[in-house]
Write a protein that binds this ligand. Sequence first.
Ligand code: UT7
Length: 330
Amino acid sequence: MDKAKTARIIGCGSYLPEKILDNKKLESMVETSDEWIVSRTGISERRMANAEEHTSTMGISAAKKAIAQAKIDPLDIDLIIVATCTPDYLFPSTGAIIQREVGAKNAAAFDLQAACTGYLFALSIAKGYIESGNYKNILIVASEKISSIVDYKDRNTCILFGDGASASVISDEGKGLEIRNVSLGTDGNHANLLILPGGGSRIPSTEESVKSKKHYLKMEGREVFKHAVRIMESAAKQCLGRVGVSEEEISWLVPHQANIRIITAIAKRFGLPIEKVYRTVHKYGNTSASGVAIALEELLQEKNVAKNDNILLVAFGSGLTWGASLLTQN
Ligand code: UT7
């Protein structure tokens, strides 16, 4: 009988644009203040892609780093999953562009849309494919050029978001972070709370759709906030329950980076000191699907993650969608 397969993250890499949009600059763009933004969100600055940086190019830079760290040949990649809600085009997929540029010509590639929870949805698919023996090496790329759909005249949203990408190589060989479980969920009853109304088949691009600002994301922030803490807490508990790991055994929590108040509330519910909660929200803001992946990559770079440490990822976003994953270093 074949040996049971175990899906592991064996390489990670991120890319953040150099250009910084800080709160001071936002003060000159909309009626807001550094004090309001920091106290309500914990965000001081975020990164902005320039005109030559796209979801694909940022993803390619991150992917090349992840492939180098995993020490695999791009020709050995079987599948590329790109988690994004800001693809370069509606089609072809951003996955196809990334496949070409990283030289993974044996890989199938597709885009996955689960908004800010995209990385966790991709992780779940990768785990399933690897453990079924279908594929040996999978590249996940979470990349977002959210600035392309943000209205920089809307103070309710423009202070929150930033651009960035992160990639992970998942394999059944090599050392890394074992993906013990991924628990996912969706509640379409709240699909209207965070939405990009235009540009799809329901509201195609017209002069009128542009004039009425249908191509900018709209969010009912206060409503989303209400759901966020409850959803992430229950997703995380479901995931821990499925692997039989207790809350006391969490070594690091890597939550979706949307708002420091949400992050602090989650940490409190798990009785975790804030030092055990990895945060990037102050410097990158909310980078949607890539947020959790960027934070995970930085955690691995900057902290001493030891053998058998348990890392809990948790995210939520438009849909509403949510997910949690328990990773164990081995
Ligand atoms: O990844 C997707 C998930 N998204 C999120 O996690 C976002 C979740 N929501 C949030 O993080 C928060 O709801 C926000 C940061 C978006 C807003 O914070 P809040 O504490 O919920 O503020 P609010 O929407 O209740 O607004 C309070 C006041 C309002 O004024 P009035 O009506 O009380 O006079 C807003 O108009 O603050 C005003 N306001 C601002 N003031 C200065 C809203 N945005 C700003 C701003 N600067 N940028």
